[in-house]
Design a protein around this ligand. Structure first.
Ligand code: MRU
Length: 366
């Protein structure tokens, strides 16, 4: 998508130095556009855990390039296995990370040692290209929902989203935002309610930035506003992303998503989750019991970051000595999800629904 009218992806191999992978440093947005160099697999793992890059699909793609950097240094099996473990451990909740590492590793270990670097690069580039196409297709399918609502209501369609499941969380298009961008292209009037998404404010910093850059009408709201808006008919549709979706359609997403789903249910507002199939963990059924939830530093809760005097500054919100808990994600049970939007189409959030569009998993899952 565009930043100041120039088209960007979130990750690429450096043009004049193929030993370096470059990403947009998301810690500094929306204040500064800084390109961050990743020179080693350790730096790839650090970029993921420090949230230079974030969002389930993008951390998967970054890990794939991390394995390419590992091959450049030493493509021996034991070295690659050590890197693969470190990359997978960089963040626990999004399953795309493990999926991407396992996908590339499987190809590498079948390859002669001397050819592994080329194979790793080709695999990372393929996963990146697939992600772009998958997100585009999520938009094509999600657009139908917005178009139907517009045909019925004949006015601006108000969409609420949480966190950043936009193009910055993927390579291009985004998941939850892709239907919005497609609706804009079709000339359907849309307006997005952007949840700020404490504690790291991915909504205020990143989704709002995307909306400004793509010219999408939007309004930033604090996280507790959604229920009020829904009670007053000001939300036509909720679309969020997900970091891990179980075979039964439960979805883990940024903390606070569950509360939006509850409010949506109570107010008959359709609650959709947009996801690439790499986010489905076919091994898991009960998301609340089985999905590992990342706990992050208490400082993200006790402090808040913002831009002042031309730099990112952190200020304290709570008294010294107040303990804080920082659960990064929560799980929304399938019963609260109206439907899932995937690259293959829209389906019910259930095992039957998922298998109806991913029939090949029926035999794989036994
Ligand atoms: O902690 P983050 O910023 O990586 O969390 C991201 C989200 O929760 C997104 O909504 C999710 O990864 C879906 S991204 C297309």
């Amino acid at each position: 998508m565009k930043i100041k009218d120039k088209h960007y992806h979130t990750i690429w191999v450096k043009e004049d130095d193929a030993k370096v992978v470059q990403v947009i440093d998301q810690r500094l947005l929306p204040h500064q556009l800084v390109i961050h160099d990743i020179n080693s697999p350790e730096e790839a793992a650090a970029a993921i855990s420090d949230m230079v890059v974030r969002g389930a699909p993008l951390i998967g793609v970054t890990a794939a390039y991390g394995l390419y950097l590992a091959c450049l240094r030493n493509p021996a099996e034991d070295q690659l296995k050590t890197v693969a473990i470190a990359l997978k451990e960089a963040r626990p909740t999004a399953v795309n990370l493990a999926w991407a590492v396992d996908t590339v590793m499987e190809e590498l270990l079948q390859e002669e040692v001397g050819k592994r670097t080329d194979t790793a690069l080709a695999a990372a580039e393929r996963i990146k290209a697939d992600d772009i196409e998958i997100c585009r297709m999520i938009g094509v399918h999600g657009l139908e929902l917005i178009r139907n609502l517009y045909q019925k209501k004949q006015r601006t369609i108000n969409i609420l989203t949480h966190c950043n499941a936009g193009w910055l969380a993927t390579v291009d298009w985004g998941t939850a935002t892709s239907p919005v961008y497609h609706a804009m292209q079709e000339g359907i009037p849309v307006h997005v309610w952007v949840d700020e998404t404490r504690p790291r404010n991915q909504g205020a910093n990143l989704t709002a930035y995307e909306m400004v850059q793509q010219g999408v009408p939007h309004t930033l709201i604090v996280d507790n506003t959604g229920g009020h808006l829904m009670q007053h008919g000001m939300v036509d549709l909720v679309i969020v992303g997900t970091d891990r979706t179980t075979a039964q359609g439960d979805v883990a997403n940024k903390i606070g998503t569950y509360l939006k789903a509850l409010a949506a249910k109570d107010n008959d507002v359709p609650f959709y989750v947009a996801l690439p199939s790499s986010t489905i963990d076919w091994e898991l059924k009960d998301g609340v019991k089985e999905i590992p939830i990342e706990q992050r530093s208490a400082e993200e809760v006790t402090h808040i970051s913002g831009w002042a005097n031309d730099q990112l500054q952190k200020v304290r919100l709570s008294p010294e000595g107040t303990p804080a808990a920082n659960y990064g994600f929560d799980v929304t049970p399938a019963r609260l999800v109206t439907e899932l939007i995937t690259e293959r189409g829209i389906c019910e959030a259930s095992e039957e629904g998922l298998l109806s569009i991913f029939p090949e998993r029926a035999s794989a899952n036994g």
